[in-house]
Design a protein around this ligand. Structure first.
Ligand SMILES: [Fe+2]
Length: 445
């Protein structure tokens, strides 16, 4: 594998005579810089992992770390290198079958729930595959003239946002993998605050009825599901100025939240009983106290931190118990459009949500971005006039617009430059392994 790898790379180097850095355009240089920075962060996230950690698939929703590393490389290989570098030949053509996720137009694919059985390529071979694709992409950008670069850039940028999505999945997936190991491995050693600090009581900021613009304005990168931008009527509502804490969620649990069907959707009640939910995912009761598994180890639940790893069903039941409801994605986007995109993101490498301030911040909305994804009471549906694009990349978002709920705002596993007020994440309502949490809304009166 190594020998072919080197040959292929040499062929690229000697063929077109790539321009020296001095001859490269500023646009090419900044694209290469961005490409390397984001690709390197995936590798950086694996720095404390052993090869044995990287191959485990702890449930069908989870992909092994190795698969994420290979699949993101396959994305660039398939949609960038193969498209614009006609002389490129895959070193191992079978990778296309192993590492295609769900793009039917790109060919057949391996079963998602069997990804943990792919012991080959090894982790080392997977890293070499990554490095090889990185070299080809870099050479392609160096060689491309302005016209070609204008074609490549949108797909390359999509690939980088795709990589950041998989970085988030890599973090949440390894958390699930480690949680299944009775030794509770530590992903990143860090002293998380175990002291429960006082968090200011929630305050509901009021919003008047308004016709607002929803969706991305097209002035920078966005996914197709964020458009078309359109007007929507948002009736008067109020929105909590912070996330729900573990302490508040404990009160719901202690009030019999998990044993009172009156708070639950029918499907939620069935699911909670079938799955025997008594607490958020990763919580465990020991000697009468609640503990939870974090990426920095197993520890006592900190009551001031935002609650996370709850399903839509639990978020909705909590809101009903509280006499409130979850926000719609239109309410959330309207409120978030005036809030700076700041918060606890993966860039801080804390890998865990942080408590809100103890100061009363009145109408100022906190924790809108980062910490935990917020479940919306909106089904994930196309905006008016939405049509998925043609070809394999048209399968990116559109075909999932059924049986999923919208989440907004990003989490402590999301990159700062990946999230925006119009960003629509989506998961099935029973999923709990992402950093998902709760912000409440209310109707007037
Ligand atoms: Fe993907």
């Amino acid at each position: 594998m190594k020998a072919t790898d080197t040959l292929a790379a040499e062929e690229v180097d000697s063929d077109a005579g790539p321009p020296s850095p001095a001859r490269m355009s500023r646009r090419s240089q900044s694209l290469i810089e961005k490409f390397r920075q984001i690709r390197d962060f995936s590798t950086h996230l694996c720095r404390n992992l052993e090869p044995e950690d990287c191959v485990v698939q702890s449930m069908p929703d989870v992909s092994p770390t190795k698969w994420h590393l290979a699949h993101t490389s396959w994305f660039f290989e398939t949609f960038v290198v193969k498209t614009w570098m006609p002389r490129y030949r895959s070193e191992v053509p079978q990778y296309a079958y192993l590492f295609n996720s769900y793009y039917n137009a790109a060919g057949d694919m391996h079963r998602r729930d069997l990804r943990g059985l792919i012991s080959r390529p090894t982790v080392a071979e997977t890293f070499r595959y990554r490095e090889s694709i990185d070299r080809f992409v870099t050479e392609l950008i160096k060689e491309a003239d302005d016209g070609c670069l204008a074609e490549i850039e949108p797909v390359l940028t999509l690939g980088l946002h795709h990589e950041q999505q998989h970085q988030e999945l890599l973090v949440t997936d390894i958390k699930h993998v480690f949680s299944q190991n009775p030794l509770y491995p530590v992903f990143q050693a860090r002293a998380l605050e175990t002291e429960t600090n006082r968090v200011a009581p929630p305050h509901f900021a009021e919003f008047d009825e308004a016709t607002v613009l929803i969706g991305h304005d097209g002035n920078s990168f966005s996914y197709d599901n964020e458009g078309p931008r359109h007007r929507a009527l948002v009736p008067a509502f109020s929105l909590s100025n912070r996330l729900i804490t573990n302490g508040e969620y404990l009160a719901f649990m202690e009030a019999g939240g998990y044993s009172r069907p009156e708070f639950w959707l029918s499907l939620g009640w069935t699911t909670a009983n079938e799955q025997r939910w008594q607490a958020p995912l990763y919580w465990e009761q020991r000697d009468g106290a609640w503990w939870n598994f974090t990426l920095s180890g197993f520890r006592r639940v900190n009551e001031s931190e935002p609650v996370t790893h709850v399903s839509y069903f639990e978020a909705d039941a909590f809101a009903n118990w509280n006499g409130a409801r979850l926000p719609t994605e239109f309410e959330w986007e309207h409120a978030a459009s005036a809030v700076p995109v700041e918060g606890n993101f993966v860039d801080a490498q804390r890998f865990h949500p942080t408590p809100a301030s103890s100061e009363n911040n009145g109408d100022e909305l906190r924790q809108m971005f980062g910490d935990v994804w917020e479940w919306m009471r909106s089904a994930y549906l196309p905006y008016p006039g939405y049509h998925a694009g043609p070809g394999a990349l048209g399968e990116y978002n559109g075909k999932f617009m059924c049986n999923q709920m919208v989440l907004r705002g990003g989490s402590c596993a999301t990159s700062r430059d990946h999230i925006r007020p119009t960003y629509r994440n989506f998961f099935q309502p029973e999923k709990r392994w992402q950093f998902t949490g709760i912000r409440l809304a209310r109707d007037p009166g």
